[in-house]
Design a protein around this ligand. Sequence first.
Ligand code: UDP
Length: 358
Amino acid sequence: MTAQTRIDSAYVVAGGAGFLGSHLCERLLAEGHSVLCLDNFATGTPENLEHLTDDWPLVVRRWDISEPLALFSARGVFNLACPASPCHYQADPIGTTMTSVRGAYNLLETVRSMRVPLLQASTSEVYGDPTMHPQKESYWGHVNPTGMRSCYDEGKRCAESLCFDYQRLYGVNVKVARVFNTYGPRMQVNDGRVVSNFIVQALRGNPLTIYGDGLQTRSFCYVDDLIDGFLRLMFHLEPLGAPVNLGNPQEFTILELAELVLDLTGSRARTVFRPLPSDDPTQRCPDIGRAQSELGWRPRVALREGLERTIAYFDRLLSGEPRARKSVRKKPAAALAISTASLTSVEDSALRVNNVQG
Ligand code: UDP
């Protein structure tokens, strides 16, 4: 592998080996794009990308975005690099803040010099425990700045702030997506979030752990819908100049979710109640008016249907069967134009999952 790899017209996906990132890489490849995935594999795994065969113009590099990087050519950058499950982001809270803030800064500097857009994956957590319902983008939020969740909430809020300062000062085309609870295949068994916890518990016949009284609400978006929103936002020509909510506006209590999972899995597992974690939001539901009017986007997959697909995934995983391979349109690897001059220090640890020469 040479130090200088020039690969044309790639999208960069930071956090591309994670749950959302791997689905995004797959969709970009399926639509004919080349992809450079950067991931430190803190919560993402190479297995999430292994089904993308040797034929694909995909390069994967181990890289922590809290370290400066220099890319010289790309079509656009997606920043999805940050642990997103409360138990994971709270395990290393300072690292979480640094990933959000330094990571956004490093990528903004990079897109500024390349003059290409940055899509920043922000979060519904910027609204904290909201007093406005459903949450519109104009709502400033109700966040505890010193609590257990603040490393993630405030880190993501600061990243948004950086994005809009880069837009105002340097004209960077920033696209800020506020992602609401999303679920689907390739969540990890130990992810810790409610959908995967309940499915894994139900399939194993273990009690479903309801935190608090289970009357808190969330709105669950199937991963394919979310990725569709990301792509519409990235390919949208006019800068929106403001964040946009991406999530499913159908709201459920956690108890309703537990009942549905038990019903769909046919499990006879019982439910147990556990203490509510601190600062756990009481209600969460996106107002998606802006995404509908500006991007023509709305989610298509109902919770029942999305859960069925996710349950099928975990069922295969837990029974030790090979993971499902999505059929992706075959396309020969094109010449990629990614300059990796700054990535030479990690060349040895780089993981190549395709036949692109680098
Ligand atoms: N939750 C639960 N049982 C679990 C995991 C989570 O009752 O095993 C609750 C959690 O307290 C929260 C909601 O489900 O009220 C969603 O939690 P999750 O960690 O999925 O994401 P959050 O929206 O809190 O970031």
